[in-house]
Ligand binder design. Structure first.
Ligand SMILES: [Fe+2]
Ligand SMILES: [Fe+2]
Length: 530
């Protein structure tokens, strides 16, 4: 029975969790999850249990925001200890996988001296046997690649670790999620639903298509208590209908950070979906409620948690026709395949685009443009800027591309010509490489090296060189993490003295002095293109 009069409230927060931690992209592939369990989660838990006051103080200190400190409000040592014991007991398989990755890496460093690696297959730890190929680069540096499609099919991928936490959100203040497990505070309903389940689609269709409460209860298999709580997440209030863009030309709308919706009357494209829920706020914004019923293409630029966010993607899944991701390098631990990952999470149509590959649609097309830098010089190939053409308009969404080799844009210009509007991220200080990738390293990186290899986007000179090379007429600085509803994944708070603000102000001033439209986007923005 699916007739009724209840809609899902627009402020129902759904947090996807993996083993009780907020699900970001490295917590889904077995190998990166395993490393994060041992090298991030267990370490943070141990540190918290030892000195909860130090964590409580650190999360209040803006200089330490985004660091490995738990933001749990009050003292929750007993709960964290319980979680640690449970992790050590129930995650043996992942813990052993993490240890095996480390053992294999150390074995290769010691014994891969330029001679054939064939004899070392016998020394591959048992739980990795048949899942790795041992390789050298051209200078005899040994390494391994993971056969990811097989690893997902092994016992190392267990979707019973995935769950969903439902609660209501009334404001922007959410704790930073990479360092804090989601402990139940009695405010939420946690359901053991894997990310690939159609139950999620059924539920989020109720944002616009009403259903009966019995139907919800049966679909989600709610027990008495959860059903009671879930009842409060529903409303009889009909949401405002969305008005699709039907004009000539196009309309783009900025939803915050790197999320932009572009619509023509024929096609809709949504980049890096990271959305705010709908609630009373002083910072005006577009939210989940401002999206068309069908999104033809979702484009993902790269595998950082502020650009590929499962919380948003899972809620949009029933509307997404195609999701476009950058082509993967094939098996490097630090570079999991987004195509495999999204397929395992229930996205049926995932398109991988290699550099300069194109998709054509009625009246235009999408080209994947090389994206350099911002990954600490690690070999991560799953990153792409996107060039969109429709009618006479061309837009380039460069995301966090760092223009470390300006000559590349000369070559790109020869292929794509002038670009009307450039969208460029200028988070030009960036975190040290270990911030995201530290748990994957099997040997500690010296501090000075770590500090030198940053996850940094373009600064003034680098962004200006793109503007000049592509003869841009409009420049929008975006992806700066400044929207207050993104704190839980970004944890960046700039002041006027922060380098990324100084650098982007310079870019905007220099562009304007030459008659180029330039602006740093914040909150929301709408532009109509004739
Ligand atoms: Fe990034
Ligand atoms: Fe970013």
């Amino acid at each position: 029975m699916n007739n009724g009069s209840y809609y899902l409230r627009p402020n129902v927060l759904m947090e996807p969790l993996v083993d009780g931690w907020y699900a970001w992209a490295h917590l889904i592939p077995p190998a990166t999850l395993a490393r994060n369990v041992t090298e991030r989660h267990l370490r943070i838990m141990e540190s918290y249990i030892e000195a909860p006051e130090a964590h409580q103080a650190a999360v209040k200190n803006p200089a330490m925001s985004g660091g490995p400190f738990m933001d749990l409000g009050e003292n929750r040592v007993a709960d964290v200890e319980q979680l640690r014991v449970r992790t050590l007991r129930d995650r043996r398989c992942l813990i052993e996988l993490s240890q095996s990755i480390e053992t294999l890496d150390l074995t290769l460093q010691e014994k891969g001296t330029g001679y054939s690696l064939e004899s070392l297959y016998a020394e591959v730890p048992e739980n990795l046997q048949g899942y790795v190929e041992l390789i050298y680069d051209l200078n005899n540096h040994p390494s391994f690649r993971l056969i990811e499609p097989l690893l997902y099919k092994s016992c190392n991928y267990d979707d019973s670790l995935q769950s969903l936490m439902f609660s209501e959100v009334t404001g922007d203040d959410r704790p930073f999620v990479l360092s804090t497990p989601r402990l139940d505070k009695g405010d939420a309903v946690q359901l053991q639903i894997p990310f690939a389940s159609e139950q999620i689609d059924t539920l989020f269709r109720m944002k616009h298509h009403p259903a009966g409460f019995t139907f919800v209860r049966e679909t989600l298999h709610l027990n008495e208590d959860d059903a009671h709580r879930f009842r409060s997440f529903l409303t009889t209030e009909k949401p405002q209908p969305y008005t699709k863009y039907e004009g000539e030309g196009a309309r783009w709308r900025y939803f915050g950070h790197a999320c932009i919706l572009l619509e023509t009357k024929n096609v809709s494209v949504l980049l890096d979906p990271v959305l705010s829920y709908t609630y009373e706020t002083d910072v005006s914004r577009y939210t989940y409620e401002n999206l068309p019923e069908v999104i033809d293409y979702v484009l993902i630029t790269h595998n950082h948690q502020d650009h590929i966010l499962f919380e948003t993607l899972l809620q949009l899944r029933p509307r997404i026709r195609n999701i476009v991701v950058p082509r993967n390098g094939g098996g490097a631990l630090q570079d999991p395949s987004l195509k495999l990952l999204l397929k395992r999470c229930g996205f049926p149509n995932v398109i991988e685009l290699g550099e300069m590959d194109e998709i054509a649609f009625d009246g235009g097309g999408i080209t994947a443009i090389p994206f350099l830098g911002e990954h600490g010089d690690l070999s991560v190939l799953t990153k792409s800027a996107y060039h969109l053409r429709f009618g006479k308009h061309t837009l380039l969404f460069a995301a966090d591309s760092c223009n470390i080799a300006p000559q590349m844009y000369k070559h790109i210009h020869e292929q794509i010509g002038d670009v009307d509007a450039l969208f460029v991220g200028m988070e030009c200080d960036g975190a040290p490489v270990s911030w995201i990738y530290g748990p994957l390293l099997t040997q500690r990186l010296e501090r000075s090296k770590d500090q030198s290899r940053r996850l940094a986007g373009s600064n003034y000179e680098r962004a200006m060189a793109i503007v000049n090379e592509l003869n841009c007429k409009e420049v929008y600085v975006y992806a700066m993490g400044q929207e207050p509803w993104l704190n839980y994944v970004m944890s960046i708070k700039y002041t006027e003295k922060s380098n990324p603000i100084i650098q982007s102000d310079r870019l905007i001033a220099a562009c304007r002095s030459r008659g180029i439209v330039a602006e740093r986007l914040f909150g929301e923005k709408e532009i109509l293109l004739p």
